[in-house]
Design a binder for this molecule. Sequence first.
Ligand SMILES: CC(C)(COP(=O)(O)OP(=O)(O)OC[C@H]1O[C@@H](n2cnc3c(N)ncnc32)[C@H](O)[C@@H]1OP(=O)(O)O)[C@@H](O)C(=O)NCCC(=O)NCCS
Length: 332
Amino acid sequence: MSTLNITRGPEFTAILGLGVFRGEQVVPNDDLIEPINSSDEWIQKMTGIRTRVRAEHDTSVVDMSVAAAEQALAQASLSAAEIDAVIVSTITHPHITPGAAPEVADRLGITAAAWDISAACAGYTYGISQADALVRAGSARNVLVIGSEKMSDWVDPADRSISYLLGDAAGAVVVGPAESAGIGPTIWGSDGSGAHLIRQSDDWITVRDNDDVAFPTLFQEGPSVFKWASFKMAPVALEAIAAAGLTPDDIQVFIPHQANVRIIDQLVKQIGLPEQVVVGKDITDSGNTSAASIPLAIERLMRDGAAKSGDIALQIGFGAGLVYAAQVVVLP
Ligand SMILES: CC(C)(COP(=O)(O)OP(=O)(O)OC[C@H]1O[C@@H](n2cnc3c(N)ncnc32)[C@H](O)[C@@H]1OP(=O)(O)O)[C@@H](O)C(=O)NCCC(=O)NCCS
């Protein structure tokens, strides 16, 4: 009986380059508080957010992805021809089909495999896991992973539950072969029983069939999401640290999804991260940019000199689904 050939890739992978695009407008709390009967003080105290970045009307998920990816390719010193797969994580690309990724690839001069993933605020860490596996299996040598969101297209300015939290941005990395392990095992999962906690207000069929149903926007049950993120994500992070063969004391940089500064502080405490750990808190200026938030926070820490290439970083994404994924990585 004949057997099939299979591919095998390198033993180790790493993040080889990083790029970001932040929405062109910086929107302070004061610009958003009137329709939600809120205040700058309340938003800062309850979320840590001072401003969020939002994209211009004509700037798309694809535009932001391309801008971030160009930087990531340049930092990795790789050309378009050396990329074998493009993964775009987004929940805000305005087409059910085609996905954003093939268009992003085309704009970058890439004709390799390209697809979208929908894993909300865990999308970047889901993408890293996929890219790591693809490279180690020999299915791709270098993979572009992009988290890109234009959240502002999907907010109701009068919605008090989530609208004021959200920003627009893209973050991109290249994952490729490495001499030693730069991406640890991913610990991931889902809890679909919480699907109703963060969601689109109405589905597209309901919108189509009912003249009185408004254009769908995002909505969340904030207190339930807060509890889930603050208390259920620490064990996931601890498992990712252990799976990498490390302890919390080995973690130099912590980059959780940027959902709320109070959630971030709670996670630091519950994971038992050392006092000197550098913590990503880009949410204060960029808001919650969903799949883009982790690469954005990494870029900010590295630009500020708080984190550097080679640092051991724990990253964890979590959000609508509910879905989550964590892994330890070496910063590019
Ligand atoms: C959204 C969030 C900041 C709201 O904070 P909270 O303390 O849970 O708010 P609650 O809904 O329990 O309301 C508490 C009080 O604040 C008020 N409030 C709620 N939203 C408000 C707003 N946007 N502005 C001003 N006041 C607000 C409520 O009316 C309530 O007032 P009361 O005590 O007088 O009745 C918080 O739940 C949160 O961050 N959740 C997680 C969000 C998240 O991370 N989502 C994305 C995950 S990927």
